[in-house]
Write a protein that binds this ligand. Structure first.
Ligand code: DHB
Length: 391
């Protein structure tokens, strides 16, 4: 069979693109190797920029983000036990929303179902072919075991950081830019009340910790750990002691404890593929670039790609105008590199480097003070965190 846009990957980026194309009357088929419940159960970040929220509410996906999400008008940066609030509204006039990415996925999947979108879950053996031709193809085996081939005009790789689409681009035709970090995050979910009204990004001599939330009953927290940390070595008591000592301070901040029901180690990586196009293949979201989780930019960046690519595809299919498609990679990359910089910078500002000496710690404290003691410094953080105005 055939379609105009073949989308590999039904995460938030792929589903949002299919949704926007559908609204413009352009058909697509989305192929996904996982099933819906597996993706829904995969915990990712929870902070949405205002522009991301608008994409959900103004395009008719679902309004749950407004009823179940929480507006955060600021955040707390904590250094050596002292909290400094960054007031987003006062500094840059924006808020962010705490609404977990797996719920964004769920809303988008429901919208595809409601609108009769073609999404093939649990496919295997996916292959993309003929990227350089007018009619690229996707081969896969569907959930019933039937081999299929979809011919399309345009292929979109929205298949995450392990993207098969990206790997189908010949090596000589792409540049892989990446750095790794000597640490990771140990992430937990706990059945407990919130410990604070806003997120706390904490740096301490024992390393970084992030206190976030999912609801009144469930909290999300992370602490910096070794990339090879084994979660089995950590019982609840040890985890709580580690988290607590990273936020300890003269104000007596106490974390609200409860049973821990999920533990995972998240690897840190920064990566950008250049360009984000090869022939008739376009990369969006993590397939084209990955950020470390510190600034919660991953999903927001993926939606920005989609916001650039969707109208370009609409122009192309409506009037044959390919100016938008020709400019997609450069336009998306400009934003990607800004977000890469912020994610890298915030990561290094807030984490302790293994083996660092007192000079590095004190320099970092100087940088931290330059941000928190100055309205201009704080506004820089606030602008990056809430999303750049031109987006
Ligand atoms: C969450 C994760 C992040 O990486 C972040 O910067 C903020 C919040 C979260 O999971 O809630």
């Amino acid at each position: 069979f055939s379609t105009r846009v073949g989308i590999v990957g039904a995460g938030p980026a792929g589903l949002m693109l299919a949704h926007l194309l559908d609204r413009a009357g352009i058909d697509s088929i989305v192929m996904e190797k996982r099933d819906k419940d597996t993706i829904h159960a995969t915990h990712r970040a929870g902070i949405l920029e205002a522009a991301t929220v608008r994409m959900l509410t103004e395009t008719g996906v679902d309004g749950r983000v407004l009823t179940e999400g929480h507006e955060h008008r600021g955040t707390v940066l904590r250094f050596q036990g002292e909290s400094h609030r960054i007031d987003f509204q006062e500094l840059v006039g924006h808020s962010v929303w705490l609404y977990p990415q797996n719920e964004v996925f769920w809303d988008l999947a429901a919208a595809r179902e409601r609108d009769g979108g073609d999404v093939r879950w649990s496919v295997t053996d996916t292959e993309v072919l003929g990227l350089d031709t007018e009619r690229p193809r996707i081969r896969f085996t569907d959930a019933q075991g039937t081999p299929c081939e979809v011919r399309c005009d345009v292929l979109v790789g929205a298949d995450g950081s392990q993207s098969i689409c990206r790997r189908a681009i010949p090596e000589h035709a792409r540049t892989d830019n990446f750095v790794e970090y000597p640490f990771a995050w140990f992430g937990i979910l706990t059945q407990a009340p919130p410990s604070a009204p806003e997120l706390i990004y904490a740096n301490s001599e024992h390393g970084f910790a992030l206190i976030s939330s999912r609801s009144e009953e469930v909290q999300r927290m992370y602490f910096q750990c070794d990339p090879d940390e084994d979660v089995a070595q950590w019982d609840d008591e040890r985890i709580w002691a580690e988290l607590q000592r990273r936020v300890d301070g003269p104000d007596g901040l106490r974390l609200q404890r409860g049973p821990i029901f999920d533990k995972t180690v998240l690897k840190f990586r920064s990566y950008v593929c250049e360009p984000l196009r090869h022939g008739n293949l376009f990369l969006v979201g993590d397939a084209g670039h990955t950020v470390p989780p510190t600034g919660a930019k991953g999903l927001n960046l993926a939606f920005c790609d989609v916001r650039t690519l969707a109208p370009a595809l609409v122009d192309f299919f409506r009037s044959g105008d390919d100016t938008g498609l020709a400019g997609y990679s450069a336009a998306a990359l400009e934003r990607v590199w800004k977000a890469q910089n912020f994610s890298y910078w915030a990561t290094n500002l807030l984490h302790a480097q293994p083996g660092e000496n007192p000079f590095h710690q004190k320099r970092r404290h100087g940088e931290f003070t330059a941000i928190t003691s100055s309205a201009r410094g704080a506004a820089y953080f606030a602008e990056c965190y809430t999303g750049w105005p031109e987006d």
